[in-house]
Design a protein. Structure first.
Length: 202
């Protein structure tokens, strides 16, 4: 950023940013956006997702500009933030399939031990269809809970209130139980018992 003939250093830009100087923020954005975008793109090979990741990095920086503590260079800090966002992106993208696979594997083990393959296939289909149709926060809350995350851990991971997470899990279970009751009333007790064992552990 220039004022007259003066070119601000990285340190000066950071100091101005901490004071809420929008021109300093814009200059930092202009300096680093392209390299951060290319860094994100090289890791996820998705242009829109890469743009979103970089945008979110800058949103985070602006939102906490007055409390920024950077112990490296600004470039290193920004690229590190991108790497963390990329990891979060992969976790979010993979969470449904990975956790659902784990949950269904446990269902398989339980039902196979009872030699009840028919019930397993029915329950697998119901869980998959119902989870797919849930709102995003409900779906992720439910899936994380099925993978033994605590309500507190889920709330922290999804940036939700603990009560909201609990409500999401409760509503998800209600949906599953209702679906099973309608489609397979003769297997309702057994299937619901399995679901409760898997998804409501302490």
């Amino acid at each position: 950023m220039r004022t007259g003939t003066h070119v601000y250093s990285e340190t000066e830009l950071l100091q101005l940013l901490k004071l809420g100087n929008t021109s300093a923020f814009d200059r930092i954005y202009d300096l680093y956006w392209k390299s951060l975008y290319l860094s994100a793109l090289s890791r996820i090979n998705d242009e829109d997702a890469a743009k979103d990741i970089v945008q979110n990095v800058f949103i985070d920086i602006w939102q906490k500009h007055n409390a920024l503590e950077i112990n490296s260079t600004l470039k290193q800090y920004l690229h590190g933030a991108v790497k963390m966002k990329v990891l979060h992106h992969y976790r979010t993208e993979n969470i449904k399939q990975q956790v659902l696979d784990n949950a269904l594997e446990r269902i398989t083990q339980l039902l196979h031990s009872n030699q009840n393959l028919s019930a397993y296939f029915d329950l697998e289909r119901i869980v998959s269809e119902e989870v797919e149709g849930m709102p995003v926060n409900m779906k992720n809350s439910f899936l994380l809970r099925s993978d033994s995350y605590s309500v507190k851990e889920i709330a922290s991971s999804l940036n939700l209130a603990e009560q909201t997470v609990s409500n999401n899990i409760t509503e998800a279970l209600k949906r599953l139980k209702k679906r099973i009751r309608v489609e397979y009333p003769e297997r309702y007790i057994g299937c619901v018992s399995l679901i409760m064992m898997l998804f409501t552990k302490s």
